[in-house]
Design a protein around this ligand. Structure first.
Ligand SMILES: Cc1ncc(COP(=O)(O)O)c(C=O)c1O
Length: 321
């Protein structure tokens, strides 16, 4: 029977699990280390899942009309996914994009015909500034649909319905650790909730940028881990609504340069080109998989996107070259 799909939205999800066997052997890891390779989504990142879920939900509720403008505040991948799906469904799109977003990501968003407004990334970290930015986005775009990935409950729900069950099914229920980063919190909160319901002993490991990878007065433009925020020691009201603070069993800080090095190493050992946050996530997953008490256990690391989005920020430039 012919198998021809009708829209890119039909190609979202069911991404593969890949055992990082050559890498694990090199590091003598006693646990199994597996990546969920989200760049297999049609627009190239995990955000395809929630972008489509948010648009689908709004269409069902009658909140989106043909030609309407979709607006969101994003550090990149959500804008890319929403821009592509908006194009495929006949909407326009506009994004308020943090000014530390990789130039590749901005170009991709524009390639799908969407508009971009650059805003200081610092606004994303200050809830009152973020609230003002949402108010600005609403007033500048009357009649638009605000996707609101940070607070829209459709985001974690989609990971509860797809990402979590896919990991459970593809490991035959043999999964002990889920490792991921927090942008909105949707991935770890939704997939983690599902997996903990199936296996109450499963542990969720959240990675966050180390101190030297956060902008400070002494280091205004550090190497950063795109799309991932600090969570440890941050007051609950300063964290995104879609992050369930009870979900993390352990928070592992990773410096950006260490995450970049892991991304380069995976390119060279596995032929897997993943983004900077995915590199940082594997770096933390390696720490978990290296613990002797975890021998024989299975660690699944969620790899949000492709490394092709970070070529211009130098993630793959070999410092030894
Ligand atoms: C590039 C990128 N996109 C998305 C995510 C996941 O973000 P969220 O917490 O919004 O599901 C991450 C987190 O690791 C990420 O690094």
């Amino acid at each position: 029977m012919a198998k021809i799909h009708n829209s890119i939205v039909d190609l979202i999800g069911n991404t593969p699990l890949l055992e990082l066997s050559r890498y694990a052997e090199k590091h003598n890891l006693p646990a199994r280390l597996i990546g969920k390779v989200e760049y297999f989504n049609p627009v190239g990142s995990i955000k395809d899942r929630i972008a489509w879920a948010i648009i689908d939900d709004a269409e069902r509720k009658g909140e989106l009309k043909p030609g309407q403008l979709i607006v969101d505040i994003t550090s990149g991948n959500t804008g890319i996914a929403l821009a592509a799906i908006a194009a495929a469904r006949g909407y326009r799109a506009k994004f308020y994009l943090g000014d530390n977003t990789s130039p590749d990501k901005e170009r991709i968003i524009r390639a799908f015909g969407a508009d971009v407004v650059s805003v200081p990334n610092s606004l994303f970290l200050d809830p009152s500034a973020l609230e003002q930015l949402f108010a600005r986005a609403e007033s500048e775009n009357p009649g638009s649909f605000i996707a609101n990935q940070l607070g829209n409950p459709v985001n974690p729900q989609k990971h509860y319905e797809t990402t979590g069950p896919e990991i459970w099914a593809d490991t035959d229920g043999q999964v002990d650790f889920l490792v991921g980063g927090v942008g909105t919190g949707g991935t770890v909160s939704g997939a983690g909730k599902y997996l903990k319901e199936r296996n109450p002993d499963l542990k969720v490991i959240v990675i966050e940028p180390g101190e030297s990878s956060l902008p400070s007065e002494d280091n205004v433009y550090p190497h950063e881990i795109d799309g991932v925020h600090k969570v440890d020691g941050i007051e609950a009201e300063l964290l995104p609504d879609n992050y369930d603070i009870a979900i993390a069993d352990e928070i592992v800080p990773v410096e950006a340069d260490a995450g970049y090095a892991t991304a380069r190493e995976l390119a060279r050992t596995e032929g897997l080109l993943i983004g900077s946050s995915a590199g940082a996530i594997v770096n933390a997953a390696t720490i978990i998989a290296a613990r002797p008490e975890n021998a024989g256990k299975t660690v699944v690391a969620v790899l949000p996107d492709t490394g092709e989005r970070y070529l211009s920020v130098g993630v793959f430039d070999d410092p030894e070259a």
